[in-house]
Write a protein that binds this ligand. Structure first.
Ligand code: ZN
Length: 126
């Protein structure tokens, strides 16, 4: 409980987030397998078949969500490595301490606000 970034607190949040993302990924993978199985059953080659189009759309959506969840997981694990390496909460660009408020909002943040990618959007991405 010092003036330093409370890495333990953020590590705990990251662990929770990691568990949640893993569960989500498992769920999405199962859905994806189901959709793939469904599209194998239906006549998905027939582009006049509206169901085939829906399934193709669902499959690409599920694929996108899986990709996003995997990216998220990679970010979380990289953040946890920084916690263990003692560099968590430090901007990768300028070395400044990342404000706790920013870490609360984005526990996986690698940079200070100034060096955040897509800083043009002050609302952030959620
Ligand atoms: Zn910076």
């Amino acid at each position: 409980m010092g003036a330093m970034t409370d890495a333990g607190h953020h590590a705990h949040r990251l662990e929770l987030e990691r568990t949640r993302t893993l569960a989500l990924l498992a769920l999405l993978s199962r859905d994806f397998d189901g959709i793939v199985a469904a599209s194998a059953d239906s006549n998905a080659d027939d582009e006049h078949d509206p169901e085939g189009a829906t399934i193709a759309f669902e499959r690409s959506q599920a694929g996108t969500m899986i990709t996003q969840a995997r990216d998220r997981l990679a970010e979380i694990e990289a953040a946890l490595e920084r916690v263990h390496g003692g560099t968590y909460g430090t901007c990768e660009v300028c070395g400044a301490r990342i404000p706790d408020g920013r870490l609360e909002a984005r526990p996986t943040a690698r940079t200070c606000v100034l060096h955040a990618p897509g800083v043009a959007d002050p609302r952030g991405r959620t």
